[in-house]
Ligand binder design. Structure first.
Ligand code: ATP
Length: 360
């Protein structure tokens, strides 16, 4: 049975170092929830607190209404999958998968039925009698996942499970994990520093920095409506511009270093004229137009479906632009005007770094 996870004001210290100062979050029953952040931001630390492998210096942890702060790890009914597979090398795949069932004293024929079922679901039936040494990384990770799920855990915790796999396998395994999670609807907390993984798999994502959650939201919200500059620049590739809020024919607009203007209909109406802002624009949200910031194309890279341009501006800044291959092909040395898709660009207060855009 799946449970909801509720964390209220969690604190984690190692010695006199505070890793997590005050963290709260709620994960719905059956949800695929991802902690996304760069190395060292405290993702694993939080995961281990939930699993019961780390002490808790403050705050309350609940599975449904049950407080788990002082519950022994083995009583939390958690399935775990780590980066380094952690399958037992001296056991066949089938024995590995059945390990948790044996510990729980599940007897035949139930035992074999459940092992076979999960091997089937994971599409690894043919590996049942094979030893881990004779399996690829991807196969070992499937075994690890099957072993975690077969016990019907209340919560599945995964810590960078795909980091050791090559790029192609990583994408395949994303789909496999997502499919299994969907099928069993196990409440899942997934830890990764890989934003593409997070965006493609999660129901919701929490972006973390220095032990503090910066934003929690659906992948699309996090990507399109970042609530602060950190999230905007951490997720996806972005260009950053300094600008100032001005009024232009009764509408809010941004004025850039060269005096060029860009109307911004989504800018909050309460933002005062003269406010210095940072504007974040993704490479695919910049057009070559008749007006806008002037620059010169210094590099073009052909990537099959898209072309990437590097454009140098008069102030020395470099801008990355990416266009669909179907568009007009611009050449190195060409002088272009950059216009932004104002429905997608995001502006942030230069001081507080908080978003100045209207909510969707
Ligand atoms: N047992 C420990 N004792 C002291 N400091 C620790 C301990 N475990 C983790 N830390 C520190 O806590 C911080 C957060 O580490 P954590 O492993 O949670 O980060 P992370 O976001 O999961 O990054 P990574 O992906 O690199 O594991 C780091 O500064 C780390 O050095």
């Amino acid at each position: 049975m799946s449970v909801s996870i509720d964390i209220q004001h969690a604190v984690k210290r190692f010695g006199d170092k505070t890793i997590i100062p005050d963290l709260s979050l709620h994960i719905e029953e059956g949800e695929f929830f991802t902690l996304l952040g760069s190395s060292g931001c405290g993702k694993t630390t939080l995961l281990r607190m939930i699993a019961g492998f780390n002490s808790i210096e403050g705050g309350e942890f609940y599975f449904n209404e049950k407080r788990i702060n002082d519950l022994q790890p083995y009583k939390r009914n958690i399935g775990m999958v780590f980066q380094n597979y952690a399958v037992f090398p001296h056991m066949s795949a089938g024995k590995n998968v059945g390990y948790g069932l044996k510990q729980r004293q599940v007897k035949e024929p139930e035992f074999s039925r459940r092992v076979d079922e999960i091997l089937n679901v994971m599409q690894i039936q043919e590996l049942k009698d094979r030893m881990p040494a004779n399996m690829s990384g991807g196969q070992q990770q499937r075994i690890a996942l099957a072993r975690a799920i077969v016990i019907q855990p209340d919560v599945l915790l995964m810590d960078e499970p795909l980091s050791n796999l090559d790029a192609k396998l990583r994408v395949e395994m994303r789909l496999a994990i997502k499919r299994i999670q969907n099928q069993f609807k196990i409440t899942t907390l997934y830890v990764t520093h890989d934003q593409e993984e997070a965006l493609s798999m999660s129901d919701r994502i929490a972006v973390m920095n220095h032990g503090v959650i910066q934003q929690i939201g659906k992948p699309m919200t996090i990507y399109s409506h970042p609530r602060n500059l950190f999230v905007a620049t951490f997720i996806g590739q972005s260009n950053l511009f300094d600008a100032e809020v001005v009024e232009c024919e009764g509408k809010k607009a941004l004025k850039f270093f060269d005096g060029s203007l860009q109307v911004m209909p989504r800018l909050q109406s309460s933002v005062p004229v003269g406010t210095p802002v940072k504007v974040v624009i993704r490479p695919n949200e910049i057009d070559f137009a008749d007006q806008g910031i002037v620059g010169m194309i210094v590099e073009t890279i052909y990537l099959g479906a898209e072309i990437r341009y590097t454009v140098n501006l008069e102030n020395g800044q470099t801008v990355e632009v990416s266009h669909d291959i179907k568009r007009r092909f611009a050449q190195n040395g060409e002088v272009v005007h950059l216009a932004f898709d104002h429905t997608r660009a995001n502006a942030f207060d230069a001081q507080t770094e908080l978003s100045l855009m209207e909510e969707k």
